[in-house]
Design a protein around this ligand. Structure first.
Ligand SMILES: Cc1cc2nc3c(=O)[nH]c(=O)nc-3n(C[C@H](O)[C@H](O)[C@H](O)COP(=O)(O)OP(=O)(O)OC[C@H]3O[C@@H](n4cnc5c(N)ncnc54)[C@H](O)[C@@H]3O)c2cc1C
Length: 411
């Protein structure tokens, strides 16, 4: 079959619909969230638009077809994410919780678990949210460490037919839900007697059992509802364990693959917006000289290099998302490259574009630094490149029989 990178008519339609939604609903929301200083109030501003997106069927678009949703290909996901993240990446992160939290449910969930845990996200109303409660305040890069006081600290112990969960979690969007009583589902990475395991808590188990210790005031992605919480004696049925006890390390790593790959598209969105601003500035501004600054080779060179890198990251990420969402064996490696290369290219390119605009860029009212603030998060979220993602590449490279050509299909 031929390889084609042209969007088909349905993808053109998806792009147009996603762009229309972003311009109609997310542009004003971005301005409103920037103007609100309180992190909690800021995140709550997102809710009405979130409900509009759910009613329009976008949330179902994150659930794979075999589980009742309408999610199609990785490239479709990339198109939607880029169009929305170009206006307001925080909104996409707030909506994308099910992508991570439900991934292990799809992988090892029983039919009963699939039905119970996926159901809230198939409704076309309300604002259902899911949290993947992996990160902990004391650190998560070494979550699989097993020595005394190391690794995951949240515990789940059996009391009769219930798991009793205690511990502290941080960073995951919507850990506390919209109202402090929790998200619709929370997939909790915890330590059970059998090792690191995943247990799902539903809102009815979380209500009244979450203490919010802190609302993070993020420098970028300002509308994300990001907290540090304590789970206090959360009781969930024994049947909410996903897979087997001790399967949690592998399930957690797999759960973050599609979202890790998607970081390349978040970075593409930040670069694309910054490029647009810098390009228009260069075309129109003379800065007191005789010609628009694009006439200077030094300025044009920065634009040329930036554009090439944007195209490269976009294509790499399309390929990575296509591979992870179709469960192709090249998915893990390509997802890691999209995350690491995409996020670090994003920061570097936006920074270069700021420099050609010059001092004008260093004014909050000039709309480029906000993209740098968003881009700065991409190397450290979804598993930092230093502490998590490059180490995963190292593991791949050390696998016996690893073939450097296989991810490209050229082996
Ligand atoms: C907006 C936003 C959304 C997020 N969403 C989620 C979510 O949905 N779910 C979730 O669980 N988390 C979420 N996070 C947290 C995020 O995924 C982090 O990447 C994760 O907590 C791991 O952080 P870390 O890799 O910096 O690890 P840490 O354990 O905090 O390590 C800190 C640093 O120490 C160094 N380090 C530690 N150990 C090693 C090692 N063995 N080798 C080399 N270097 C090491 C690295 O430099 C590393 O960056 C989110 C964060 C933000 C800001």
């Amino acid at each position: 079959m031929a390889v084609s990178f042209l969007l088909d008519p349905q993808q053109e339609q998806l792009k147009a619909v996603a762009r229309g939604f972003a311009r109609e609903h997310l542009r004003d929301l971005a301005a409103a969230t920037r103007a609100e200083p309180d992190p909690r109030a800021r995140a709550l501003l997102v809710r009405p638009v979130f409900e509009t997106a759910v009613a329009a069927g976008f949330l179902k678009g994150l659930i794979p077809v075999p589980f009742g949703g309408t999610a199609s290909s990785g490239v479709d996901a990339a198109i939607l994410i880029e169009e929305w993240a170009a206006e307001l990446p925080d909104f996409v992160i707030a909506m994308a919780g099910p992508l991570i939290a439900l991934a292990p449910v799809y992988q090892v969930g029983s039919p009963d678990q699939v039905e119970r845990f996926v159901a809230p996200f198939l409704a076309d109303s309300g604002a259902p949210v899911a949290a993947m409660a992996f990160s902990e305040p004391e650190g998560s890069a070494n979550f699989d460490a097993d020595g005394p006081g190391e690794g995951i600290r949240t515990t789940a112990d059996l009391d009769g037919d219930e798991w009793v969960i205690n511990g502290r979690k941080a960073w995951a969007s919507h850990l506390c839900g919209w109202d402090g009583d929790g998200p619709d589902i929370m997939t909790i990475v915890c330590r059970t007697p059998g090792g690191v395991s995943l247990v799902v808590a539903q809102r009815e188990h979380l209500a009244g059992r979450i203490e919010v210790e802190k609302y993070y005031d993020l420098p970028g992605l300002r509308g994300c509802l990001t907290t540090r919480i304590r789970l206090v004696d959360v009781r969930v049925p024994r049947g909410n364990l996903l897979g087997e006890e001790g399967q949690g390390v592998d399930l957690t790593r797999s759960a973050f693959l599609p979202s890790g790959a998607s970081i390349g598209i978040f970075a593409t969105a930040a670069m694309r917006q910054a490029f647009d601003l810098a390009y228009r500035f260069a075309l129109t501004e003379k800065r007191g000289g005789p010609v628009p600054i694009i006439e200077y080779q030094a300025v044009s060179d920065v634009l040329a290099d930036a554009k090439g890198k944007i195209e490269a990251v976009r294509l790499l990420t399309w390929r990575a998302l296509d591979a992870v969402m179709s469960m192709h064996p090249s998915g893990p490696e390509l997802a890691l490259h999209a995350k690491v290369f995409g996020s670090e290219t994003g920061v570097a390119v936006v920074n270069e574009l700021v420099k050609i605009i010059g001092v004008t860029a260093y004014d909050q009212d000039f709309p480029i630094i906000r993209h740098l603030m968003d881009a700065l998060s991409y190397p450290v979220i979804e598993g930092s490149n230093v502490g998590v993602r490059r180490r995963q590449l190292q593991m791949l490279f050390r696998t016996p029989g690893y073939d450097p050509l296989s991810a490209s299909g050229m082996a």
